[in-house]
Design a protein around this ligand. Structure first.
Ligand SMILES: [Zn+2]
Length: 224
């Protein structure tokens, strides 16, 4: 039961308000906004994916710099890697949606996540330092898929072990952002109370005049 809405790709500069997921793996899913109404995809190029990765501190700066250099030299391969990352992103959105509605994730979503997760594990090494075993990125030749595999790695190792009754999809209009509710009371319903929370209240107040622009138009007006 999937409604297919046309996704518009939009150029976007990431800001703090875009980072509400609680983990970069969830923030990655949120690089498409408004999936419920007018979906916009903010990853319009591989360099944009790098910009996002830098913004959420997904990988060390030296790695991102090396990826940027490589993408400049091999734009076609970078574009293919971006497309692969987006396939993972959509699988993760589906996975989260299903977990939130207490349904089993599809086998294909789990298989894809596993594939990238394993690549993510292989990108790491164990070394001994300061009296303990540490997990570090390997110094392998840099691969374009490292962003997707790091997202998958985080999803499996950091997000999925969390209490799944705290996994949420924002109930605001034209949003559908996913996040972990780490509030004490566990009653967070919106990505941002000031944005989607108020929009929901506004809608309740004006339930009969739904022609008004949605409060999330701020998310579509920041192209550039
Ligand atoms: Zn929201």
């Amino acid at each position: 039961m999937k409604t297919v809405l046309e996704v518009r790709t939009e150029s976007h500069h990431f800001r703090n308000r875009d980072i509400i997921g609680g983990d970069p793996a969830l923030d990655f899913v949120n690089t498409v906004t408004g999936r419920d109404q007018s979906p916009r995809d903010w990853l319009d190029s591989y360099p944009r994916l790098l910009e996002w990765a830098a913004f959420v501190h997904l990988l060390p700066k030296r790695v991102l710099r090396a990826l940027a250099k490589k993408a400049h030299k091999e734009p076609a391969a970078a574009a293919i890697a971006l497309a692969r990352a987006k396939v993972l992103r959509e699988a993760l959105f589906e996975l989260v949606t299903r977990i939130v509605s207490r349904r089993a994730p599809t086998k294909s979503a789990l298989a894809l996540l596993r594939e990238h997760w394993i690549t993510g594990i292989k990108a790491h090494e164990l070394r001994f330092g300061g009296g303990r075993v540490l997990i570090d990125l390997r110094n392998d030749p840099i691969d374009f898929d490292l962003i997707a595999s790091t997202v998958a790695y985080r999803m499996v190792q950091h997000v999925l072990p969390l209490p799944m009754n705290r996994l949420r999809i924002c109930q605001g209009p034209n949003c559908s952002w996913v996040f972990i509710d780490s509030s004490k009371a566990g009653r967070r319903r919106w990505c941002d109370m000031a944005v989607c929370g108020n929009a929901a209240k506004f809608r309740r107040f004006h339930a009969r005049s739904r022609q008004r622009p949605s409060a999330h138009d701020h998310k579509s007006l920041n192209a550039g």
